[in-house]
Ligand binder design. Structure first.
Ligand code: HAM
Length: 422
């Protein structure tokens, strides 16, 4: 019997992982240069944590969570990490230790969505969460950081969309205006939106159904309902973005699918990589009320998360295969043992090295070395070993020289360095 990976969950084999490493290294370097430090949290959290943070009447909670019971606990594979980060922030009383915290993560998430290009059931997110700064300068800095990262990665056609949801006062005002507009049009909405209308009318704004979209086309705008302080925050955000020279669009339809957001919302899209409807590379926003709602102090927060698979699809093709290793082809047990010792020294000197210890013929070992694209191959036979020597083959030039085993590491190291410099 053969097994396959679960639908919508992918293997990443070593020959494809080079691009992942490059992306993850760039992400870490950029966000660490802005002062973010790495957070790691469990894959599994109490189900209630996500229900309370993301919101009961959302697609993620109603349709997409992998939840199960274990003994008497209701648990869920995390569909995102913002809720877990806030849980950790509150649990470890971080706000009593430092006024501002900047955290980042790179981790797999789980959502039972319909799989397609750029949308999976296990997918990787890289994200940042910032606590203790009410913005809007930090909001602008975060968006600018993302544009710098994507520009460095060579992703073309970036489109930055921003919007504001306002705080609780503006939200209540908007809710009333929206309901007043929707109630007489209820019959024109999909069944799901009709159900959601009184509980969470905002979710109707980001419904994917064309039927709902036709109804909300002329709905009142959130920006028109912002209270004075929210409006000042919004205007200042735009001023900071202008000062940073950022090109952006105000998208009055941007509401994002999670309930914890307040004020600033943003997404960055790109049409590179044929992502179609899945072209949102990153989404984020402010969630000033969540720390308090989850039992912590009244600490403002903002964050984002990007789907790494989507970024990789949008990144230009480059050759990320690592340079071929040094290769040992030992003949016989004693030579294999000597190869292990010398290869270890070479690795300690920083040279990537493989030993072919299968006990095969020289011909088959050289065939494998050629397959790996190896340039330098060390052949150690029984008689050479007795004399403390080895053959050093340059497979690119088809040249062979004899070297003393005692000088082998230094010789290979200098050959590899001069090639790196060439
Ligand atoms: P989100 O919009 O649900 O936000 O997801 C953020 C990003 O994760 C999306 O823009 C997309 O790139 C990627 N993504 C989401 N679902 C999938 C999927 N099924 N397959 C592949 N990629 C996917 C959040 O998760 C928030 N926690 C972001 C945040 C952090 N807001 C504040 N802090």
């Amino acid at each position: 019997m053969q097994f396959r990976a679960v639908k919508g969950m992918n293997d990443i084999l070593p020959d494809a992982v080079g691009r992942w490493h490059r992306l993850e290294a760039a992400f870490r370097r950029v966000v660490e240069s802005y002062g973010f430090g790495e957070l790691r949290t469990p894959v599994v959290e109490p189900t209630e944590l996500f229900v309370r943070s993301i919101g009961e009447v959302t697609d993620v909670v109603q349709k997409e969570m992998y939840s199960f019971e274990h003994h008497k606990d209701r648990l869920t594979l995390r569909p995102e990490l913002t809720a877990s980060a806030v849980r950790a922030y509150v649990q470890h009383k971080v706000n009593s230790k430092e006024p501002v915290s900047r955290w980042y993560y790179i981790a797999p998430m789980y959502r039972a969505e319909r799989p397609q290009r750029g949308r999976y059931r296990q997918f990787y997110q890289a994200g940042c969460e910032l606590y203790g700064d009410a913005g809007p300068a930090s909001d602008a800095e975060m968006i600018d950081m993302l544009v710098s990262l994507y520009t460095e990665l060579g992703i073309p056609d970036l489109k930055v969309c921003i919007h504001s949801l306002g705080g609780p006062g503006s939200r209540a005002k908007y809710r009333e205006a929206l309901l007043e507009y929707l109630r007489p049009r209820k019959d024109e909405l999909t069944e799901l939106s009709q159900e959601r209308m009184e509980k969470n009318p905002l979710r109707i704004l980001d419904s994917k159904s064309e039927k709902d979209q036709a109804v909300v086309e002329n709905a009142p705008r959130i920006l028109d309902c912002l209270e004075e302080e929210d409006l000042a925050h919004w205007d200042e955000l735009k001023r900071h973005l202008d000062a940073l020279g950022m090109q952006y669009e105000v998208d009055p339809k941007l509401v994002r699918g999670l309930d914890y957001y307040t004020r600033t919302l943003f997404e960055i899209k790109s049409d590179a990589g044929n992502l179609g409807a899945q072209n949102t590379l990153v989404g984020g926003g402010r969630y000033d009320g969540l720390v308090k709602r989850l039992g912590g102090a009244d600490v403002p927060a903002i964050g984002f998360a990007m789907g790494l698979e989507r970024i990789l699809l949008a990144m230009p093709e480059t050759d990320d295969t690592p340079s071929p290793p040094c290769f040992f082809a030992p003949l016989g047990e004693a030579a294999i043992s000597a190869a292990l010792v010398h290869a270890k020294q070479l690795r300690l000197a920083g040279v990537r090295t493989e030993v072919d210890s299968r006990g095969n013929s020289l011909k088959s070992m050289l065939r494998r070395a050629n397959g790996l694209g190896v340039r330098h191959c060390v052949v150690i036979g029984e008689s050479e070993l007795e004399e403390g020597r080895a053959q050093l083959k340059d497979l690119a030039k088809s040249e062979t020289v004899e070297v003393k085993l005692s000088a082998l590491v230094a010789r290979l190291q200098s050959l590899m360095t001069s090639e790196d410099e060439a």
